[in-house]
Design a protein around this ligand. Sequence first.
Ligand SMILES: Cc1cc2nc3c(=O)[nH]c(=O)nc-3n(C[C@H](O)[C@H](O)[C@H](O)COP(=O)(O)OP(=O)(O)OC[C@H]3O[C@@H](n4cnc5c(N)ncnc54)[C@H](O)[C@@H]3O)c2cc1C
Length: 379
Amino acid sequence: MQTFTIKPYAMPDSAPALREKVRALVAEHEHRFEPARRANCWVTPDPEFSCALGQAGLLGMGWSKEYGGHEMSALERYVVLEELLAAAAPVGAHWIADRQTAPLLLRYGTEEQRRRWVPGIAAGEVYACIGLSEPGAGSDLASVRSNARRDGDRWVLNGQKVWTTGAHISHIMIGLFRSEAGSERQAGLSQFLIPLDTPGVTVKPIIDLTGSHDFNEVWFDDVRLPADALVGTEGEGWKQATAELSLERSGPERYLTSQILLTEFVRRLEGGADAGQLRLVGRLVSELSALRQMSMAVAARLAGGEDPALEAVMVKDLGNSFEQAIPQAIAQAIELDLSADDALELLVAYSMQVAPSFSLRGGTREIVRGIVARGLGLR
Ligand SMILES: Cc1cc2nc3c(=O)[nH]c(=O)nc-3n(C[C@H](O)[C@H](O)[C@H](O)COP(=O)(O)OP(=O)(O)OC[C@H]3O[C@@H](n4cnc5c(N)ncnc54)[C@H](O)[C@@H]3O)c2cc1C
């Protein structure tokens, strides 16, 4: 039977200095942050802040200097991410590009693709989106129908993607397309790098129930791309895209989305707290601490070239449950006055509406638990 390997890791010696650097940058820009949206900060774009992070050398931290990176360790990057998330800074513009697009290009891309796109990502100036889901292919991703066919030395793309976070502010998409006509399921799929200003690409907004425009439909109508738009190996798209998912599923954003609520809750209790409120803080902080160790362990293994996919989905499932439970638990622990212009009340009201989506994005709870069950040999 498969077992889980979660080893504790100590923070690097450089952690205190990195934390100070992030805190100073946040303090400089904080006046611009939209109060309620801080409860979903890694989806909230602020290009000016992304560029400031790039200039401060806080993006592309683990990549080679040749591509604009800073050759730092995975745990140093982790320190920066958790500081940004704990401060609820709007990191949505560059988040996907820094987390998975550039690492994917560095692993599978051509030298030309790396040189063209990765330095801009490290500078906080180039943003990317993920083109996996389609109307008929969400949990069952192998049902992807959007297709790419060769036409001379070009690729021609047709089809539709949906729920594409940030497509409206992104420069490029890494999209999964069926590149072998007649192929089925996981076979015959390939990944393409698509500049979103290519003729034939149409991005249409989807407004969520909070009134925010975070995700989109993206349509492809005879989109003509050069042969070198292919990322990695033709027909290996499934393998490449699923390897990317471990990067997507295990990071601190999978348990820290509601951290700002906990911070504001503790701030409010400084004026006096009852036993139930103190118990709640104790319980949430201890769960947070365990999740942090698990997530750091996955980050360290990913950096070591392993693919701890099972541990990554466990972190995602437990982390999502944690960040979904916080708004409800805090709402029950305080006297709510939603008409008040108070930081905590605004965050609770906003979070109650977005929290259900936490266990949908990046793979639903049911799918993630199915992967854990399979890993344990239970199905
Ligand atoms: C906030 C947010 C951001 C997103 N951003 C992106 C993005 O940037 N790019 C992208 O490509 N996609 C994105 N998605 C899409 C996301 O990956 C899909 O919503 C998700 O994979 C589920 O697919 P679906 O919506 O088609 O639901 P379905 O797959 O139709 O699932 C509907 C329900 O059935 C359940 N279900 C389905 N199959 C099974 C099964 N075999 N066993 C048990 N239960 C099952 C699911 O768990 C779910 O509860 C985003 C979604 C959200 C909510």
